[in-house]
Design a protein around this ligand. Structure first.
Ligand code: FAD
Length: 377
């Protein structure tokens, strides 16, 4: 996006890409259909950063409608899946093809299989960019090398460059990532692998109502990916397995009206059978609901509304969609994306300490920061 806009402004642009092709993350995103933006993207809502105001200016200057206009101009069919999330009807390849066509029209020179090893400021104010093939000299460099997720195609170029130039990096951690079982829970819940449940997951003051997926490794699905960005080692995630009801009230009413019914029979009217079976093995004895005290019934209800899941960890960068943290935005202009103390050096996209929720927000940030930066090169 940045190369296209800079090329359109008449600048000579060279893209250096270490992989065999550009846009690999676009190709694998959104299950191959690329959730390329979100209709409801709001820079004050769905972005995490130590400096939450940083992303507002760029997100307002290049908003979802600007990217949608590009998609429509290229006749790419798309649809809203849910919650404002826009996906390609056919394939993520449509987005990459559109960007490549625009690069070609803007005379952008793209070099693939060329890995940047080092970016160093020169005494005359320009930069030397050393790759595994050669060294270039240039007056301006834009670092758009992303975060650490998908280790096979990621690199730490942005963070190494920041270190070498005395810039600070907000601590990095995998986000939008499945959370794993602790050693006690794994044997209990392993059998639930493959089951999906509508839940509300909460941690550190945030909550998300979405699907949760049990896996052999732990918990995944959109509710967990979203909350993983707020979870820290040692924290518990509270999972509301019955988000539409006050489970204690409901169970007390069942105790009153159907005292002869077994607990599992009652619970199976609202929860997946296999989940209830695991609960009868590990959470409670499957007795007649009328034989329990009101206090015991209320306690079980409270647990259904707030199951405390203590993850052993996360699946890490291998499966994380994004990297939380990044180059400290205090050191970068929110208007131009130029590094304040290194004129001529720019940083955009995920390499910065701006991380979106799941749902097309991270691409919208990448497009917006790239577009805005290009106006000031
Ligand atoms: C599996 C997966 C699915 C995702 N799905 C979505 C989605 O549907 N919607 C959404 O909004 N976000 C999604 N994301 C997140 C989104 O892909 C990223 O936030 C976004 O691509 C970041 O854009 P970027 O340009 O900053 O970095 P990237 O897209 O990561 O691009 C950085 C590029 O720089 C290259 N590079 C890195 N280091 C070097 C080097 N030293 N020399 C040369 N080249 C280098 C890399 O090869 C890469 O091509 C997904 C991420 C993953 C991993």
């Amino acid at each position: 996006m940045c190369a296209i806009q800079a090329g359109n402004r008449g600048l000579r642009v060279r893209v250096l890409e270490q992989g065999p092709k550009v846009g690999l993350k676009i190709l694998v995103s959104g299950g191959g259909r690329c959730n390329f933006t979100n209709l409801f993207a709001d820079p004050r809502q769905q972005f995490l950063s130590e400096n939450p105001h940083f992303c507002i200016s760029a997100m307002n200057r290049f908003d979802p409608s600007d990217f949608i206009a590009m998609v429509e101009a290229a006749d790419i069919p798309y649809h809203e899946k849910k919650l404002g999330q826009l996906f390609c009807d056919r394939s993520a390849r449509d987005i990459v093809t559109m960007l490549l066509d625009r690069c070609a029209a803007a005379s952008v020179d793209i070099q693939v299989r060329e890995r940047v090893a080092e970016i160093s400021p020169e005494d005359d104010g320009g930069f030397s960019v050393t790759t595994d093939k050669t060294t270039y000299t240039t007056s301006k460099v834009v670092v758009a090398s992303g975060g650490l997720s998908m280790p096979k195609i990621a690199s730490d170029l942005a963070f190494r460059t920041a270190d070498s130039l005395d810039m600070t990096v907000v601590p990095l951690r995998p986000a939008l990532v499945p959370l794993t079982w602790n050693s006690e829970d794994k044997p209990r819940y392993d059998v639930l692998s493959g089951i999906s449940v509508d839940v509300e997951a909460a941690c550190n003051g945030e909550s998300f109502r979405e699907n949760l997926l049990f896996t052999h490794r732990g918990l995944s699905g959109p509710a967990i990916l979203q909350i993983s960005s707020f979870w820290r080692d040692g924290d518990s995630v509270l999972i509301n397995l019955l988000p539409d009801v006050d489970a204690a009230d409901w169970l007390l009413a069942q105790r009153q009206s159907k005292p002869q019914q077994k607990l599992a029979t009652v619970l199976k009217t609202r929860l997946v059978n296999r989940l209830v079976e695991v609960m009868t093995d590990h959470w409670f004895e499957d007795v007649k609901i009328g034989s329990l005290s009101p206090g015991a019934v209320a306690e079980l209800g409270a647990r259904l509304n707030a199951w405390e899941f203590k993850p052993g960890g996360s699946e890490g960068y291998r499966t994380a969609e994004v990297t939380l943290g990044g180059i400290n935005t205090d050191e970068v202009s929110s208007k131009t994306f130029e590094v304040k103390k290194v004129p001529g050096l720019f940083v955009i996209g995920e390499a910065l300490d701006v991380t979106g929720w799941l749902g097309g927000y991270n691409f919208q940030w990448a497009w917006a920061s790239g577009w805005c930066c290009a106006q000031h090169l």
